[in-house]
Design a protein around this ligand. Structure first.
Ligand code: GDG
Length: 504
């Protein structure tokens, strides 16, 4: 992406995501400070945005930021985006809550995970969703104007063919309408750009999607993009079918392209990866944190899609049916608090608290308890040590876009001793074929699969883990990002017209 000196500048990238790659907080003196977030997306995209002089648009994680506040520079030089590269979207707290807790997490999260009974359909929160998407779109338009002004300055001739076309990359279910609004203004103002969208959660089937009263507007929003990426083929198929049946789109199945509004929308399966080397290095360095016991590990945000209740019940069934594991094996479940102000998440926490208490009461002895349950977040170093030293990882969501935990476990398995148990209902279940796949709803079968993993011979464990590690190390998060941007490169810019000569 980065142009060599003397070469034309490569395409500036504008990333649009619900959250900025850091959180803004005030310190004791009332000064705004950045606290860094260590997610894979940030690690992969941050340096690209930095190097191409791009921009990142998102909510700064706090309502305590006045629009005129400067975004503070990162404390460590070169460790993050410059303040001019960040455009915070600031929305009234009440509106943001209605958008985020209401529409995003109360409607789209359950619906897109094929759990329509949990979804709330409300015209009020839908309106908030539209308004907040508009705010993001307006900031993106500002960013496009800024980028165009810079390009016009750098290229003396505005009709120079080698002038790069800015790429806008929108992320996830919080921002499914933004592209339509961006395209409309970009056409009006002749702001050449390419629009891309990646959905990090599953895309549901037509039968589920059609339950949403304003499904056509969502589809229109996504179809405003030139490139649409999903984790796996199944989600592409669902999206394409929705576009055919609801919007009457013509589809070129052989090339996975949709014709819409006299344009071609490219639909691609681009499975996300993790920063494999980073996790592997953490695992090499991290000191031991566990005692001499065999650990079955679960790591999840506390969310009903992750199948925690079913998993804990399956572990109970294991102890009941295979008492040889009593006193020897421990289920270590890390549950990261998530969406704690939503009623359903509070109820789920209570259910898990009770379940863990009952099972520990049933099986514990003076020097052993079957379940170690951590409700909280642990450091990445510790997490890497847990991944490295566990005998089994239980990744059994009821539904999950991809699931990064399965991949991080594999990256940290430097001794190749562990076994991955995986749900076929996670995107990862489609590619991590050497894992033991099991239906999370079938509790007896999950118990038997844990048993199988615990007694699996060393050769088989090594063989499976080696293959899993090989795939994830080559298809890491950088590979994913480069694949998306390569696809974008091949897409034609549908907003043509020579750039305006009037600098904005
Ligand atoms: C969405 C989609 C898709 C967890 N506990 C701790 C901790 N974590 C980190 C893990 C992992 C991340 O949280 C969870 O990622 P997942 O992929 O499992 O799940 P979602 O948050 O639901 O993410 C998902 C993903 O987007 C990417 O496209 O795979 O399907 O739902 O990275 O490491 N990190 C630390 N301490 C913890 O206690 N430090």
């Amino acid at each position: 992406l980065e142009g060599e000196p003397g070469e034309p500048l490569s395409a500036p990238l504008i990333v649009v995501s619900n959250r900025l790659p850091f959180v803004l907080k005030r310190n004791a003196n009332g000064k705004l400070q950045r606290s860094h977030s260590a997610g894979g997306l940030v690690t992969a995209l941050g340096p690209v945005v930095m190097d191409c002089g791009g921009l990142w648009i998102g909510w700064p994680g706090s309502h305590d930021v006045r629009p005129f506040d400067e975004i503070p520079e990162p404390d460590i030089p070169n460790s993050g985006l410059k303040s001019q590269q960040v455009k915070p979207v600031l929305v009234r707290q009440e509106l943001f809550d209605s958008f985020y807790n209401g529409c995003c997490n109360g409607t789209f999260w359950p619906l897109f995970h094929s759990m329509p009974d949990r979804a709330i359909f409300s015209s009020e929160t839908w309106k908030a969703y539209q308004e907040v998407n508009e705010e993001f779109a307006l900031k993106t338009i500002d960013a496009l104007r800024q980028v165009r002004a810079r390009l016009l300055k750098e290229y003396n001739n505005p009709s120079d063919d080698s002038m790069p076309v800015p790429v806008v990359w929108i992320h996830d279910y919080q921002l499914m309408l933004a592209a339509a609004m961006i395209r409309q203004v970009a056409i009006e103002e002749n702001l050449a750009c390419k629009l891309g969208f990646f959905l990090h959660i599953p895309f549901p089937s037509w039968d589920i999607m059609r339950l949403f009263p304003w499904d056509d507007q969502i589809l229109e929003g996504i179809l405003a993009c030139d490139l649409v990426g999903f984790h796996i083929e199944d989600y592409c198929t669902n999206f394409i079918e929705c576009c055919q049946r609801r919007m009457g789109c013509r589809v070129d199945h052989a090339n996975s392209n949709i014709e819409y509004d006299n344009r071609t929308v490219h639909v691609r399966a681009l499975p996300i990866g993790i920063p494999f080397n980073q996790f592997q290095q953490l695992a090499i360095k991290a000191p031991r944190v566990m005692k001499d016991e065999r650990v079955v590990l679960g790591v999840d945000r506390l969310d009903y899609t992750k199948g925690l209740v079913q998993r804990i019940k399956a572990f109970e069934r294991l102890l009941q049916c295979h008492p040889e594991h009593l006193g020897r094996v421990v289920l270590m479940q890390i549950a990261v608090p998530s969406r704690t102000d939503v009623k359903e998440y509070k109820a789920l926490k209570e259910e898990i608290d009770q379940l863990v208490g009952r099972i520990n009461g049933r099986f514990s002895t003076a020097d052993w308890s079957p379940i170690r349950y951590i409700y909280g977040c642990i450091s990445q170093d510790k997490l890497a040590a847990f991944y490295r030293d566990s005998a089994v990882a239980l990744v059994t969501p009821l539904r999950d876009g991809m699931n990064l935990v399965a991949k991080e476990f594999v990256a940290c398995q430097i001794n190749e001793n562990g076994v991955l148990i995986l749900s076929p209902f996670a995107g990862a279940g489609g590619t991590m074929r050497e894992a033991l796949l099991v239906n999370p709803y079938e509790i007896d079968m999950v118990a038997e699969t844990i048993h199988k993993a615990l007694v699996m011979d060393e050769d088989e464990r090594h063989h499976r883990m080696q293959l899993l590690r090989k795939r994830e190390s080559s298809m890491d998060v950088d590979y994913w990002m480069a694949s998306f941007l390569r696809e974008m490169d091949q897409v034609e810019c549908a907003i043509t017209g020579p750039p305006s000569l009037i600098p904005v």
